[in-house]
Design a protein around this ligand. Structure first.
Ligand SMILES: *Cc1c(COP(=O)(O)O)cnc(C)c1O
Length: 375
């Protein structure tokens, strides 16, 4: 079963399967300094602030590149050279933020939980109490490494209580899981065009509390990654400082329109939750074991244990399921050998059921009988 453009369905954390109308939105050329494109930029920026209930005291700064570019840019822009970032880690994306600090020469400390355990808010509270030199905290909303949902409201309340600045990496949750500036106080949220908004890859963005961004002039070591300067440019003439990904923005604009038509965060999150439920139920019925219990699982991507059966070879499994029209995703956990299946992108339970059928056929052909985890 293939998509309407005869491509395999992407059961990955992004880039994702996009709608035909989003792909078609790219069949034009725009002048980057022309009024139509300036208007499109403003529309997209405003919509992204709206999605967080941000209002006039928040502002969106888009940046060329993948999600990591905007994570790096946000850290560089927010942290003064003598700042210190506490990173809450339970997967690869938290680890990556520490690596970014090392590159940037910013001090960092970490608070780590295993990949299948949410960030520990009591430990965060104690550490912020103890270490007055920590100026900023970074948290990952949904850690895509496992698909775990971190307690972002509790983290935000704790950081606020201690008067520190919070950066939320909501890359794989933005647009599908609720996040409201009124109830979850943050200084910045970062995400990208190609995850739950279902655009194509090429744009990251940060939504800042304006009063926090106003204090960031001169922090960044990098001109192209300076989100303060990018903001000043946009506020000045509505234009991007350097060549914008025009087609990507047009697709993102269309994707935001379709997100709204689907019922916004509630509608999008509802469809993903139904996908996730169908996926987990179907995989469990076959005998596969998910890594996370339901209460920890975000409806974004699901991690499954590698089956115990020696006849199960992931490379072969991946190739065969791919030939049937579904691209799965390898695991990158350290706690256990796993693989992942995404439930986001322009697809519904019909595609999930077809994927389950394909998986069932493949394990049968491979002669795999024991689908439970290695013990
Ligand atoms: C996708 C993702 C990123 C950014 O990854 P890129 O490959 O640079 O787009 C960052 N954090 C999380 C949690 C993600 O899921």
């Amino acid at each position: 079963m293939l998509s309407e453009t005869n491509d395999p369905w992407l059961l990955t954390p992004g880039p994702l399967t996009t709608s035909l109308s989003i792909k078609q939105a790219m069949l034009h050329d725009w002048g980057s300094r022309d009024a139509a494109f300036i208007e499109m930029t403003a529309r997209v920026r405003n919509r992204l602030v709206d999605l967080l209930g941000g209002g006039d005291d928040h502002v969106c700064v888009p940046l060329q590149g993948s999600g990591t570019f905007v994570v790096e840019a946000a850290i560089a822009t927010m942290l003064p050279r003598d700042g210190k970032l506490l990173v809450l880690i339970n997967g690869a994306y938290g680890q990556r933020m520490v690596k970014i600090c090392d590159y940037l020469g910013r001090a960092s400390v970490t608070l780590e939980t295993p990949e299948d355990v949410p960030s520990d808010v009591a430990a965060l509270d104690a550490l912020l109490q103890r270490d007055a030199s920590i100026t900023h905290v970074a948290a990952v909303h949904c850690e895509t490494t496992s698909g775990i949902l971190n307690p972002i409201s509790e983290i935000a309340a704790c950081v606020k209580k201690h008067g520190r600045s919070l950066l939320i990496d909501s890359m794989s949750a933005f647009g599908a899981l609720p996040l409201d500036a009124a109830t979850v106080p943050f200084d910045a949220v970062v995400a990208s065009s190609n995850k739950c908004i279902e655009g194509v890859p090429g744009i990251g963005f940060a939504v800042f509390r304006k009063s926090a961004l106003e204090r960031c002039q001169g922090n960044s070591h990098s001109l192209s990654l300076d989100l303060y300067d990018q903001w000043q440019g946009l506020e000045g003439n509505g234009q991007w400082r350097f060549t914008p990904p025009t087609h990507v923005l047009a697709a993102f604009d269309q994707a935001l329109k379709e997100h709204e038509e689907e019922g916004g965060v509630e509608g999008r999150g509802g469809r993903y939750s139904a996908n996730c439920r169908a996926l987990i139920d179907g995989m469990k019925k076959m005998g596969f074991a998910p890594l996370l219990s339901d209460n920890l699982q975000a409806p974004i991507i699901v991690t499954f244990h590698m089956p115990a059966d020696p006849a199960f070879d992931f490379e072969d499994f991946y190739r065969r399921v791919g030939e049937k029209g579904f691209l799965l995703y390898p695991g990158k956990l350290t706690v256990a050998p796993t693989f992942r299946i995404g439930c986001i992108g322009r697809l519904g339970v019909e595609q999930i059921h077809a994927a389950l059928e394909a998986i069932q056929d493949v394990v049968k052909t491979m002669g795999v009988s024991e689908l439970g985890p290695r013990r």
